[in-house]
Design a protein around this ligand. Structure first.
Ligand SMILES: [Fe+2]
Length: 522
């Protein structure tokens, strides 16, 4: 419900015996979402338990996230190691249908048959048998669990360290690993965070990247047509531009941002020591450690064919503020000042779970909270390098409340946006699970919050614009909820402008906290 507003709560009320903990939630309620998805459903018709589904909402919400967290009595070490499970919610004429499917990866098939983990997970899940059974097994299990997007006639289930899996957009059947018509080499890294350019250079594009990392790192920037263009004969899914740039140092790049001229990367100040991974003691991602006192770097790569590429053949490097970033909200070129502006969610340090810790019992007070921060990069100073570059970035905190999974209206991708929608913690200060949705006015700082607390927990919200010409906040926000009161998942439809509840749809599924998703209109 709206914070501070009267009216019935969204969620079933907590029982009277539930303690009103300072944090506003029960750990057991939060942890109850961690479970296996046991069924695959086909086109199940859904009805709104409360409110009504807007008739103008026509399209499909695709979600990806870990759907299998335990095998043979052994739990994954971190939910990010769970196998990708796709949920498709199709909306049309005020009705909704649901389908869900695990991605049939090589690892999922092998482990389904074996009834136990036969691969190590990047985030620390080990095969049974201790370090001896895990040492020197350096295979990566492509679990296809991070994001799902439509490109041409296929869905792509993405996992950043390897190639995408192609799925049928209707049936969600796995077609298999795709090299995108020969664009990728076998095993090539392909980010799980494409950005959809709404038309900065003509037709819409999907801009994405892959990283080959080591003592130096190479970023491959790729731009794909997102729609068919009969005039040029270019088809959706076709690679239309790319470039490669190498940088010193190890790179952990999960996300990036785009503007019409630039692809913006933030290389976090982290070190990678693979020895514990090789020796079977840790997962590869557990071998990342922040370098205290060292700043990261912005890597500004001119997009192929842009005016910036003509003026700057080489990327520009700029020292970044301290902190660790997984996700960016957006970036834009400020016409008034010429600055490049990047909004990102910063953590004080790299959040990780130690080898001995059970993720279901994690103490939120001991891990850093995300805050939304704006970095304004003076491009002229950045180009001059040296001391000028060191002073080229000024910062401003846009949101102190613990937040994640932020987005702007997709039509403002890469452009200055007025509004952001994001998941936030139930409390205004401190680190807690994400239980609410915030709409932030980036110009005035005005906030609106809709909360699922105390017993509801949110996954990434997806803002669906009404249409390209409507006002920027016209549309809906689709929010997957873990409803611990009924041990099931809900999908809540909010009005994007005022966050009023439009519909609450109770799903016949219990889905663990998800990662990313996307909306395909029509
Ligand atoms: Fe992500």
């Amino acid at each position: 419900m709206m914070e501070g507003s009267p009216g019935p709560p969204l969620m079933t009320a907590a029982p009277a015996s539930a303690p009103a903990a300072a944090a506003g939630y029960e750990r057991g309620d939060w942890a109850s979402a961690f479970r296996n998805v046991g069924v695959e459903l086909d086109g199940v018709e859904l009805r709104a338990a409360r409110g009504s589904i807007p008739t103008e909402l026509v399209g499909t919400l695709y979600r990806n996230g870990p759907g299998r967290l335990e095998r043979g009595g052994q739990w994954v070490h971190h939910p990010f190691d769970g196998d990708g499970m796709i949920t498709a919610l199709r909306f049309d004429a005020g009705k909704a249908t649901l389908r869900n499917r695990f991605v049939r990866t090589e690892g999922w098939l092998a482990e389904e048959e074996a009834g136990r983990f036969v691969y190590r997970g990047v985030f620390g899940t080990q095969k049974p048998g201790g370090p001896l059974a895990n040492a020197f097994d350096l295979r990566l299990k492509n679990i296809a669990n991070t994001h799902v997007v439509r490109l041409g006639d296929q869905l792509l289930a993405l996992w950043e360290a390897a190639e995408p899996h192609a799925l049928d957009p209707e049936t969600l059947d796995t077609r298999g690993i795709t090299l995108l018509d020969g664009v990728l080499k076998k095993g090539e890294a392909f980010s799980a965070h494409p950005r959809f350019d709404p038309g900065h250079h003509g037709a819409a594009r999907m801009v994405t990247f892959g990283v080959k990392t080591g003592p130096s790192s190479t970023v491959r920037l790729m731009e794909f047509a997102a729609v068919d263009d009969p005039a040029s004969g270019v088809r959706a899914g076709q690679l239309i531009a790319e470039r490669r740039d190498s940088f010193k140092g190890f790179a952990f790049l999960h996300d990036f941002a785009i503007t019409p001229n630039w692809a913006v990367f933030l290389q976090n100040a982290v070190a990678f020591n693979p020895l514990p991974f090789v020796m079977g003691q840790k997962g590869a991602a557990q071998c990342l450690a922040s370098k205290p006192g060292e700043a990261g770097q912005f890597w500004l790569i001119p997009r192929p064919g842009s005016a910036a590429a003509a003026a700057n053949p080489k990327p520009i490097q700029v020292p970044a503020p301290e902190g660790f970033v997984f996700h960016h909200l957006n970036a834009f070129e400020d016409e008034a000042t010429g600055a490049l502006v990047v909004d990102s969610i910063f953590y004080d340090d790299f959040p990780s779970i130690g080898p001995e810790t059970d993720f279901r019992t994690i103490d939120f007070d001991t891990i850093p909270a995300g805050r939304l921060q704006r970095c304004r990069i003076n491009l002229e100073a950045a180009r001059r390098g040296g001391a000028s570059a060191a002073a080229a970035v000024t910062t401003e905190v846009l949101e102190e409340r613990c937040c994640e999974f932020a987005m702007v209206n997709p039509h403002r991708q890469g452009l200055q946006a007025r509004y952001a929608w994001m998941a936030v913690a139930g409390r205004e200060r401190g680190n807690d699970p994400l239980q609410a949705i915030e709409k932030l006015d980036l110009a005035s700082g005005e906030r609106r919050v809709w909360s699922a607390a105390p017993r509801g927990f949110v996954s990434e919200p997806v803002m669906v614009p009404r249409d390209a010409t409507a006002s920027e906040d016209a549309g809906w926000v689709l929010v997957p909820i873990w409803n611990s009161a009924r041990c099931g998942s809900d999908l809540v439809v909010l009005n994007a402008a005022d966050l009023s509840e439009q519909a609450v749809v109770e799903l016949p599924l219990a889905i663990p906290y998800g990662l990313h998703g996307s909306w395909v209109a029509g």
